[in-house]
Design a protein around this ligand. Structure first.
Ligand SMILES: *[C@@H]1O[C@H](CO)[C@@H](O)[C@H](O)[C@H]1NC(C)=O
Ligand SMILES: [Zn+2]
Length: 445
């Protein structure tokens, strides 16, 4: 700096004679050029810092200020800028079981009996979540071994979609129905809770890929390939212990289902699936995959959690697929009886981050779908406790903004992009019908 300002002072003090003046002018021009070059370099530096800090994986206005030193205050400040997007909340099920789906009677703006209501959603800094439109597996004796007998799964799923939409509409100041990654970002920017729909098990498709397309048109954006039962498309992992396989992963019809999900932009959700189903789906899917609510088997050994071998297939390296594992809080998946707390949940988050990377982990609480919750994560108002715990463990704000929602939005946007490209390439819809069905009418001559 002094080197640059000194000649200017000299010029003012001594600049009289012709040659001297010309020399001084020359020097001034050189200084100007140098100043321009330096400002240009500084501008490039500032721009690259901004690009690194506010990359496409982050969302919300999280930079460049620092967070408070106190982890709880810091967690709240971070969540204010990068709120939670939860992959799996079972609120519609509570309405079905507790109120016979009477949307008028639901006091979401008051105290609800389970883990979710508007006050606690706001308190917990929730920016969006998937409303699970879950209905249970049909009774296997009624459905038949080959899943061909009629059930009420599709009717009941439509009723749950109706309930979710009814509640979203009932509280327009709070919720906004969303169907794209852009919708979600806009909704959060407007201070609304982005509301997405997820179907929890392909048994809810009634073995029909046509139904998949119609659910998409109703706004559903993920289908979990199985619940706790096998179905015509894929094998389930069972519940706490592995159940014997039926198809040994995806059935041939299941591979077709994945292709159609990719083409229309329905996220492939691998929670509840067997390890072989997950492996098949990861290899076959053109789009990134998600686990809407699953934890790590290496931390707590139950069938419902994801093993390291499957986690190893996720990433951006050669032969890997992008994806996100949204960690489940359900105590039976988190730790041995009575030991589940916010620290154990953070152990699952960190394990997945260590194996796959911090850009591949998120939140899928399962709130309202479980009777018990971990200590410190009792309901939707408690997410800040988990963020505070991760701050104590050294996660920085950009990593945390990915964890709370940015990672999910990246995966969602990438799946949307795959669908756009497949459609632009003229990929034909899948019209395959489950081969075991014999209910299609035939002309008689
Ligand atoms: C639904 O709830 C409302 C409000 O509590 C009540 O007035 C109405 O009778 C209920 N409808 C049915 C069908 O139960
Ligand atoms: Zn579930």
């Amino acid at each position: 700096m002094s080197e640059e300002t000194e000649p200017l002072i000299q010029d003012r003090d001594h600049g009289h004679g012709g040659a001297e003046q010309e020399a001084a002018q020359c020097q001034t021009r050189a200084i100007r050029i140098r100043a321009i070059v330096w400002s240009f370099l500084a501008l490039i530096f500032i721009l690259s810092v901004i690009i690194v800090l506010v990359g496409p994986d982050n969302y919300g206005d999280i930079g460049p200020g620092t967070l408070p030193r106190d982890p709880d205050a810091a967690a709240r400040k971070l969540l204010h800028m990068a709120p939670v997007i939860d992959g799996h909340i079972d609120l519609p099920m509570v309405v079905r079981y507790g109120w016979r789906n009477n949307v008028s009677a639901i006091p979401l703006d008051d105290k609800m009996p389970m883990h979710v209501d508007i006050l606690r959603l706001r308190d917990g800094k929730v920016g969006g979540f998937f409303w699970s439109v879950y209905v249970p597996c049909a009774d296997s004796s009624a459905e038949g071994k080959e899943f061909v007998n009629p059930t009420w799964s599709v009717r009941d799923t439509l009723e749950q979609i109706d309930v979710a939409k009814g509640l979203i509409t009932k509280y327009p100041e709070t919720f906004q129905f969303t169907v794209t990654s852009t919708d979600v970002k806009e909704s959060i920017a407007q201070g609304k809770i982005a509301s997405l729909l997820g179907v929890e098990g392909a048994h809810q498709l009634g073995n029909s890929i046509s139904v998949l397309r119609q659910y998409y048109d109703l706004g559903v954006r993920y289908v979990t390939l199985t619940h706790t039962c096998h179905n015509a498309f894929a094998d389930s992992c069972g519940y706490l212990e592995t159940i014997p396989p039926l198809h040994y992963g995806l059935s041939p019809f299941g591979f077709k289902l994945i292709e159609e999900m990719n083409r229309i932009g329905m996220l492939v959700d691998l929670s509840h699936t067997s390890d072989m189903t997950a492996a098949h789906a990861i290899m076959h899917s053109k789009a990134p995959v998600i686990w809407s609510h699953s934890s790590a088997r290496a931390v707590h050994d139950v069938a419902r959690n994801v093993p390291d071998e499957v986690l190893g297939m996720i990433g951006t390296g050669k032969g890997q697929k992008d994806g996100i594992i949204m960690v489940n809080f359900s105590p039976s998946f988190v730790a041995p009886d009575g030991e589940a707390d916010v620290k154990k949940v953070a152990d699952h988050v960190e394990h997945i981050a260590n194996v796959v990377g911090k850009k591949h982990v998120g939140i899928g609480s399962d709130f309202d779908g479980v009777l018990d919750t971990p200590k410190g994560l009792e309901d939707v108002s408690k997410y800040p406790n988990l963020i505070a715990e991760l701050l104590r463990r050294g996660w920085d704000k950009y990593e945390l903004a990915g964890f709370t929602g940015g990672n999910f939005l990246r995966v969602f946007a990438a799946a949307e992009d795959v669908a756009r490209k497949l459609q632009a390439a003229g990929t034909s819809p899948v019209y395959d019908v489950y081969e075991k069905r014999d209910d299609f009418p035939e002309w008689e001559y």
